[in-house]
Design a binder for this molecule. Structure first.
Ligand code: C2E
Ligand code: MG
Ligand code: MG
Ligand code: MG
Length: 290
C-alpha cells in the first residue's frame, strides 16, 4: 500500500509474506467470487493439419476493480492455499460446460470436440467433486465426452482417494488430460494406472524445438522428448496436444514428429467467448457458401 496501487511486490516461493497480505488476498478472492469478478477466456485447440479449431481450453481471469486483469499465476496459488479454489473451480467447471453447450446449441455438435477447464488437486480432495462434475454436465446438457478435465501430473500422483474420484469421473464419460506433461514426476506406471485420454506436451519442450542448426543439443533433446511422448501416447491409445506453439516453424516441426493437435499464441490467443462465437459463425458462413 505504501508503494502505491500500481506496485505489487512479488515474493519468491518460500519467502515470508506478511500474514496480513495473505489474509487480505484470501478475503479479496472470496469477495471477488461473490461479486462475480472472475471471467473465463478460451484458447483454441487446433488441428495442425488444417488449422481448424477442434476444442478450447478455459482459462480463468480476475477482473479486479483496481488492478485490472490479474493472471491466474498470481491468484491460483492463494486460492489453493485458502481452499477458495474449490468454489472457484466449481464455478469454472459449470461456466465452461454452460458455454460449450451454448456453442453446440448455436452451431451444432461438431463445433468443438472438447471444452477443457483446469482442475487443481485440492478440488479432487473435495468429497463433492464427482457429484459437482455430474451436475455441471447434467445441468448444462453438454455431452460428457465433450468435457475434458486438465490435471497436472502432481495432482494425479497423490493417493487412493484421488484415483477413485478420477475413475468415477472417467466412468461418466468425461475425459481427462495430463497437463504440462513431461515437467512433473511422470512415470510410465502412472500413465497406465490413470484413466487419461489426452497428454499435453509441455511448452518447455516446444520452445526452441524448431532450431536445428548443428550444435544446438537443447533443440535435439526437445525433439527427442517430443517424439518419445507422441509415440508413447500412440502406443497407449492416448491423444496428444502440443502446448505453447508460438510460430509456424514449431507447428511444422511438431507435425513432422507426429503431432496432429496443438495450442499456442501462433494458433490462437486466449479470448473472450464472444470472440470465439464470431469465429464459429464465420466458419459456418464459409461452409454454407462452399
Ligand atoms: P496451463 O493450464 O498449462 O495453461 C496454459 C497457459 O499457457 C495459459 O496461461 C496460456 O495463456 C499460456 N499460453 C498458451 N499458449 C501460449 C504460448 O504460445 N506462449 C506462451 N508464452 N504462453 C502460452 P494462463 O492463462 O496465464 O494460465 C496459467 C496457468 O494457470 C495454467 O497453465 C493453469 O495451470 C492455471 N490456470 C488457469 N486457469 C485455471 C483455472 O480455472 N483453474 C486452475 N486450477 N488453474 C488454472
Ligand atoms: Mg491447462
Ligand atoms: Mg498446460
Ligand atoms: Mg503449461
Amino acid at each position: 500500500k505504501q508503494r502505491g496501487r500500481a506496485n505489487w511486490v512479488r515474493y519468491a516461493d518460500g519467502m515470508e509474506r506478511p500474514a496480513s497480505a495473505h489474509a487480505r488476498l484470501g478475503g479479496d478472492l472470496r469477495r471477488a467470487l461473490d461479486a462475480g469478478e472472475f471471467r473465463l477466456v478460451y484458447q483454441p485447440i487446433v488441428d495442425l493439419r488444417d488449422g481448424r479449431i477442434t476444442g478450447v481450453e478455459a482459462l480463468v481471469r480476475w477482473e479486479h476493480p483496481d488492478r485490472g486483469l490479474v493472471s491466474p499465476a498470481e491468484f491460483i496459488p492463494a486460492a489453493e492455499r485458502t481452499g477458495l479454489i474449490v468454489p472457484l473451480g466449481r464455478w469454472v467447471l459449470r461456466e465452461t460446460c454452460r458455454q460449450a453447450a451454448a456453442w453446440i446449441a448455436a452451431f451444432g455438435p461438431d463445433v468443438l470436440d472438447k471444452a477443457a477447464p483446469n482442475v487443481s488437486v485440492r478440488q479432487l480432495h473435495d468429497p463433492d467433486f464427482a457429484a459437482d462434475v455430474a451436475a455441471a454436465v447434467a445441468d448444462s446438457g453438454l455431452p460428457a465426452n465433450r468435457l475434458v478435465l486438465e490435471l497436472t501430473e502432481s495432482a494425479v500422483l497423490r493417493g487412493q482417494q484421488v484415483s477413485r474420484v478420477l475413475h468415477e469421473v472417467h466412468a461418466m464419460g468425461v475425459r481427462l488430460a495430463l497437463d504440462d506433461f513431461g515437467t512433473g514426476e511422470s512415470s510410465l506406471s502412472l500413465l497406465r494406472a490413470f484413466p487419461a485420454a489426452i497428454v499435453k506436451l509441455d511448452k518447455s519442450f516446444v520452445d526452441g524445438i524448431e532450431l536445428d542448426e548443428p550444435g544446438t543439443p537443447a533443440a535435439e533433446a526437445r525433439q527427442a522428448v517430443a517424439r518419445a511422448v507422441v509415440q508413447l501416447a500412440g502406443a497407449l491409445g492416448l491423444d496428444t496436444v502440443a502446448e505453447g506453439i508460438e510460430n509456424q516453424e514449431q507447428a511444422d516441426r511438431l507435425r513432422r514428429l507426429g503431432y496432429t493437435v496443438g495450442q499456442g499464441y501462433h494458433l490462437g490467443r486466449p479470448m473472450p467467448a464472444e470472440q470465439l462465437t464470431e469465429i464459429f459463425a464465420a466458419r459456418r458462413r464459409v461452409a454454407a457458401a462452399a
